[in-house]
Design a protein around this ligand. Structure first.
Ligand code: TNX
Length: 511
């Protein structure tokens, strides 16, 4: 029967592929290991995608790949199509418990002339591997070797896993509000570079940006304006869930932050009983910091916080809740500590681990809480001494709102000017002196005092955020500025196709 089957099938036409070098591909972040075998897989209209299961989410990773291949090449690859009559080559996405690499997000890709096999332990791992695949599909097809167009994918083997599990970017939607569509566009690009956390700074002196059903004035009043006096805005809980779901499809966590006890003017204008700075609060459209505080002595303030943490936690799958805690300059030291300790309990009661800016380490908090190092090395060390994990966001190196140089548009420079090389050339592993086992990862915050739309956001975020993805994913031995610079130059066609207004730094020979 087999013989008959073979006899009846027309002999397949040999596909001609060019010579390639997988090790020379402009991958960012650079994978752990890349081995080239110098042939190619011909991605074409006769290619199909299969996944090891048609449920459980791995199938969605397959569909995601198919849709991205379509937008890049125009090809429509079927996913788990059982007809398969015109299929010559397959991309197989395989969930397997037997992977040599250990990390949750680990994956391996084997590319030969006939197949691409992507092995991963988890859907996250498969999704990260899909980003690698997207990066090695050429922007242009080869139309001269065969009768039809092929997109030759260099053959070889990739073994990869992240150096840090937390690879974040923060967006301040409080100083200026960003719409759901703007946030989604940002997620699209970050996911391509394997960023897995988008921290949203949801509240500050100038605005409260998330609906709290039990305290409606927070958004009615506190969400009504922004820096510069524009009309502000806020996310309804439905809209916030839409962002969370969109991020989840990109295997990215949305980390919510409600900044307190300082940075709370917008909340106090909405409900003046919250206020603890002795003045009568008014809507604020300027850019000063450190003038506001909650009244840390009132039980009603903690009941309010309980409601806020409960409502947000109920629509937030993130295991973390960020309480801010920075620059509370008008809160007395002891009041500040008391406040942080009490709010930590509220966060834990709602099933979350607390994250706070590095000042929270001055309070007597749990080793399960996490400090985000932005300014004080002493606070970061104190956190590590308590056994806490630390997220590295040193302002001098990772603040996306710092100007590139004195001539670049947008941004501030109180911490430093951060050109593209300075943003990349430092070592998260040793920068803070904190032991590796205490470092959860790296996050680059984008404060929005000077930016108010996608165009301006992209100018500050890109290309620097791409470098932070490599600093948090790739190992120290695999990172090198001269080599990175060449790979970064090759991101231009992708960024342009995605309509990203990146800063065309002169340090890079953009292609
Ligand atoms: C410091 S970083 C702040 C923010 C500002 C930022 C501007 C931090 C925890 N607080 O409130 O937006 O500087 O660069």
């Amino acid at each position: 029967i087999l013989l008959v089957g073979i006899a009846c099938t027309e002999p397949k036409k040999e596909i001609v592929v060019p010579k390639t070098d997988l090790a020379q591909e402009a991958l960012i972040p650079l994978p752990l290991k890349v081995i080239a075998t110098n042939s190619a897989f011909a991605l074409d209209q006769y290619t199909a995608i299969y996944t090891s299961s048609t449920e459980g989410g791995i199938d969605e990773v397959g569909s995601f790949l198919s849709s991205k291949i379509q937008s890049k090449t125009g090809l429509r690859l079927p996913v788990n199509d059982t007809e398969g009559s015109t299929v010559d080559r397959v991309i197989y996405i395989n969930q397997t418990d037997e992977l040599e690499l250990q990390e949750n997000e680990a994956y391996q890709i084997y590319i030969t002339k006939d197949s691409i096999i992507l092995n991963a332990k988890t859907n996250e791992g498969a999704f990260r591997g899909v980003q690698t695949l997207r990066q090695i599909i050429p922007e242009k097809s080869n139309d001269s070797l065969n009768e039809h167009s092929i997109w030759p994918i260099p053959s070889g083997k990739i073994m990869d896993e992240p150096n840090f599990e937390f690879r974040g970017v923060m967006l301040d939607v409080a100083r200026h509000f960003f719409s759901v569509e703007e946030v989604k566009k940002f997620i699209d690009i970050l996911a391509y570079y394997k960023i897995n956390v988008l921290h949203m700074h949801l509240t500050d002196d100038q605005g409260w940006r998330i609906e709290i059903k039990s305290w409606p004035k927070l958004t009615e009043v506190g969400g009504s304006t922004e820096v510069g006096g524009e009309s502000g805005g806020f996310y309804t809980q439905e809209e916030y869930k839409e962002i969370v779901d969109y991020a989840a499809k990109h295997h990215m966590m949305i980390l919510p932050e409600v900044d307190m006890p300082g940075h709370t003017n917008a909340a106090s204008v909405s409900y003046p009983f919250l206020n603890g700075n002795g003045k009568s609060p008014k809507l604020y459209e300027g850019t000063h910091v450190g003038f506001s505080t909650f009244d840390t002595s009132k039980d009603t303030v903690y009941s309010f916080i309980d409601d806020v943490v409960r409502e947000i936690s109920s629509i937030s799958p993130s295991p973390y809740f960020h309480i801010g805690g920075d620059e509370s300059h008008v809160t007395k030291k002891n009041d500040y500590k008391y406040f942080v300790e009490r709010v930590e309990k509220i966060v834990q009661k709602h099933g979350k681990k607390m994250i706070g800016w590095d000042e929270v380490a001055t309070a007597n908090i749990d080793s399960t809480s996490i400090a985000q190092f932005w300014n004080s090395m002493d606070n970061a060390r104190a956190a590590a001494d308590k056994g806490m994990k630390v997220i590295l966001s040193p302002a001098k190196k990772t603040y996306l709102d710092m100007q590139y140089d004195p001539l670049s548009e947008y941004g501030l420079h109180w911490a430093a000017f951060i050109p593209v090389d300075s943003a990349y050339v430092w070592k998260p592993e040793t920068y803070s002196g904190i032991p590796m086992e205490n470092i959860l990862g790296v996050e680059a915050p984008l404060w929005s005092e000077t930016i108010s739309n996608s165009k301006e956001l992209e100018y500050l975020a890109f290309p620097r955020a791409i470098g932070y993805s490599e600093l948090s994913w790739s190992t120290e031995t695999n990172r090198d500025w001269e080599n990175y610079k060449k790979r970064l130059a090759k991101q231009a066609p992708f960024l342009e196709r995605m309509n990203i207004n990146y800063y065309p730094s002169k340090l890079i020979d953009w292609e």
